[in-house]
Every structure is written in C-alpha cells, then in structure tokens.
Design a protein around this ligand. Structure first.
Ligand SMILES: [Zn+2]
Length: 428
C-alpha cells in the first residue's frame, strides 16, 4: 500500500471500472454555464439533483500540508490507507510532483476531444460548446458504482508543499497559501506552458529549484482545485484551538463546511485573506470547497480530528443504502442541493461565526497577557489584546467579538494574520 509521503507527493484513487478520461465532472459543466453568469443563483445548486447533471462523475480532491508544518491531514490520510479504509479493488496511481499537472492536462485534453466528437456526432457545432450549458453534449454516463462503498469516482490526494514538509516548516520561501491569486496563477501557468512548449527537457535533480520554490507549486494545485467536484484542504493552527471549518462565500460552500464534525464554521474569513486555496475555489466557481483547521499543529487530538474530518469528506454523496450515511436522502433536509448530491446536515453543536476583520502582525507585535487569549475567546469592546510599535491593538467591535485563530507568540511572522475577529452569524 503506497504511503502518500515520502513515497509520492500525490495519489489518484479510482474506483474499479471507472476511466477518469472518459467522463466530465459536473463541476466543469457548471463552470461553463450558469455558475459563471450568476454565482449566487440558487438554481446552480439544483444541478446534479435532476436533469442534466444527474449521475455525473464525482471527482474529489484532498490537499494536505499546504503548510509544511501542518501534518495532521497527511498522517490521517496515511493511516486511512494503512488501515484498509479503501477497498482492495481501488485502483491507485502514484503521481510525482512534476507529473501531476501533465497528467491532468492530458486528461482534460482527452475530455475536450470527446466532447467535440460527441457534438459533431449529434450534428452540433463544436464552437458552441463552451458558450452555454444547453449546448453541452452529454457524454456517456459512468458505469454504475456497484458495490463501491463511496459516493465518488476518483480521489486525488496531494501533498501541498513537498519542499516544506521534510523540513517541517510552514513554507520554504513564501507562504504558498497566499499565492492563489489570479495574477500569480496566470503568470505561473504561463511559465509552465512556456517551459513545456520550448522542449521536453526536464529539470534535473542536480539543478536547484528556482526561488521562491512555492511559486512552481501554484499551477498544479490551482489546476486541480479548478477541476475537481469537491475540495477539502486540511490545516492546523499554531495555538490550541477547537476545530473549525472555513467556507467561501457561496451558499453551497457554507452548507458543505457546516457538515464537518467540528465546533465552528467561520464564514467571511476569505474576505479578509487573499490567495488561499479557498479564495481560488471561489474565484473559479468551485462551489463544494472548504478548509478545515483541525486544532494545534502537533497535538494528538488534532490528528484524530483530521481522521474524522477526512472520513466525513470521503463519505459525502455516499449511497443511501450505506449504513454509515449521515444524511437523510431527502434533498430538502440537506440544505441547498449540491452538484455532487446531498450534503450531510449541519452538525447540531456547530456554531456559525461571521468574520469581520483581520489583525496583522507588524513590527514589535506582542500579546499583552501571558498566556494570550485562547481561540474563540470573547473579547469585550475596547479590551486591549496586543501591542505593536504603533500602539495598542484592541477590540473595536461594538458589543465585543470572538478572537479566532490567534498566532502563537513564538511564531509571529510580520505581515501574516495575528488573528481574525468574528461575531455570531445572523443568518444560518
Ligand atoms: Zn495552514
């Protein structure tokens, strides 16, 4: 049984009999149609429940260790692999870091050709394909899942930052999870394409990676996020914290994130952060996407939480006959309909907070109390939490606010968030 790392930095798990090259995930069709035009339209989320998208393939993406010192997701996934969580019949393909993009590129090209061919067979014009969902020809549906115990067809698991994991650092040169911005992705994809068309030469092991090393990782991850049906990014925090999920602004992402076995969902966090994997999912209209912070980096509880969180992720859209399904099959009880089928209902104990602003570490940053306030502590209006060279940093929210994801005092990086402020969300 392959272990994700150090044996490989990416693994593709496919159910038996399913050829990923022959089918188009529903998320791709979504992005070509209504989603782009009006991302807030609830009709988007009915896709896959009835009509066009029903029975479409479901291709899952799990990213772990996008920050190299956050290894709970990596450990958890390897434990699931080692303990027979996936049936022996599952087809596994190891992908080395440099191969991932090439493989998916080939996959997408193949699918495009299939679509064009199908359109030509149907007498339609290939040129219309991308213009409107109504012109999208149907590809042959994937074969039935049979005894496959999951509600998905493929799972791609990627070690986010393979340079930083071996050295146990958040990042080597720059924070990878702030690079998923349109201009950076476009530039890096351009670089990658240029290098590919200029010749087949591959970077030798003896050649140093260009700096910053994280830039070269951006195209692959951005590409995978853009082309998955559902994405989970597993993280941990520098200070102790209850586990929480971070959706992006689409209702479907909020519904997805509120189903995880965690204490809180923090909405609006991606409005005060830039360039995270979640920001990119929002940018490309990938609705069923979210991040989960499982707890403090090296805590054993954090690892156990990551196991639960990943198991939950891999159980969504599970056949209703499965005994471990955590959702009523009735779509109306499961919040907005999802392109990948019903999402589990919200956890009863789950609190939903709305992020209002972020505090950034600036020169001279230090907390005023030892230990600093704990995660999700309620801070009164006017209470001073920290100081920097410019003066006091206090809670300015009328009526007070929750302090979310405080940075550990010994891990302060200038420019990064010290914490974010949140209040109870009004509409849940
Ligand atoms: Zn992180």
């Amino acid at each position: 049984m392959p272990t994700l790392f150090p044996a490989t930095s990416a693994l593709l798990i496919t159910r038996p009999g399913y050829d990923p090259r022959l089918h188009t995930p529903v998320s791709l069709a979504l992005r070509r149609g209504r989603w782009w035009e009006d991302p807030t339209n609830e009709d988007n989320f009915r896709f896959g429940k009835e009509g066009e998208g029903a029975g479409a393939p479901v291709e899952m993406l799990l990213t772990v260790s996008v920050h190299g010192n956050e290894q709970c997701g990596l450990r958890a996934f390897n434990a699931l692999l080692d303990n027979g969580f996936f049936p022996a019949s599952a087809v596994k393909r190891e992908l080395q870091d440099e191969d991932v993009l090439g493989f998916y590129d080939e996959l997408l090209l193949h699918r495009e050709r299939e679509r064009e061919r199908t359109a030509a067979d149907a007498g339609g014009g290939g040129a219309e394909l991308s213009a409107n969902l109504q012109h999208t020809p149907a590809l042959p549906p994937p074969p039935p899942r049979g005894t496959w115990p999951f509600g998905w067809d493929t799972l791609t698991v990627v070690l986010g930052n393979p340079h930083a994991v071996p050295v146990g650092k958040r990042f080597v040169d720059v924070n990878l999870n702030r690079l998923f911005r349109k201009e950076v992705v476009q530039e890096q994809v351009g670089e990658r394409l240029k290098n590919r068309t200029s010749g087949p030469e591959k970077r030798g092991d003896d050649q140093a990676f260009p700096k910053p090393v994280e830039l070269a990782l951006v195209p692959t991850l951005a590409y995978l996020i853009s082309h998955s049906s559902a994405h989970l990014d597993v993280h941990s925090t520098s200070s102790p914290t209850p586990a929480f999920s971070i959706p992006h602004s689409a209702p479907i992402s909020k519904a997805f994130c509120s189903g995880f076995p965690v204490d809180y969902s923090v909405q609006g966090m991606l409005d005060v952060q830039e360039g995270t994997t979640g920001c990119w999912a929002r940018e490309v209209g990938m609705g069923v996407a979210g991040t989960v912070e499982c707890g403090q980096h090296d805590d054993e509880e954090t690892y156990l939480k990551a196991v639960d969180v990943i198991k939950h992720f891999l159980s969504i859209n599970r056949p209703s006959s499965s005994p471990s399904v955590s959702c009523s099959p009735s779509p109306s009880s499961c919040g907005p309909s999802s392109p990948i089928g019903p999402l589990p209902t919200r956890q009863a104990s789950h609190k939903i907070l709305q992020c209002t602003s972020a505090v950034h570490c600036k020169p001279g940053f230090r907390y005023v109390s030892t230990p600093p306030p704990s995660a999700f502590a309620y801070i009164s209006e006017g209470e001073v939490v920290a100081r920097d060279d410019k003066g006091d940093i206090k809670c300015e929210t009328q009526g007070g606010a929750f302090l979310i994801m405080p940075v550990a005092p010994q891990l302060v990086h200038d420019g990064e968030e010290a914490w974010v402020w949140g209040v109870e969300a009004e509409a849940q």
